[in-house]
Design a protein. Sequence first.
Length: 129
Amino acid sequence: MAKTNAIPKKKRGPPATGKGLQVGERWHASELAAIDAWIAASNDKTLTRAHAIRRLVALGLRGGAASKATKRSVRSARAAELAAQAIDKMGDTTANAEERAQRSRRLTKGPEEFREVRVDRAKAKRSVR
């Protein structure tokens, strides 16, 4: 005769969530070292390797659009730097340093009167008083 009030045997481990698909992957030692270095740089003591890999994948997938904007800003900063260097080479050496800096800034940013007219730049935010 079978028992009717039998207690089911407990399963080991945490309860199944039913979310996500487990993916197994082999990692080279250099890749694991890079991931561990990223974890150490994040200053998050609770970050595990699995969570770090998920975050890095998410950053990589999200990075397509963000990286173009970053590249654009880096290129524009580099162009401004090169323009300032060229202006410094051609500038008046008899003027003092402050005057040369002011002239260089005026040439790279454009005259104040025309900054509002530029359509290729976003309008500067004005503080409301």
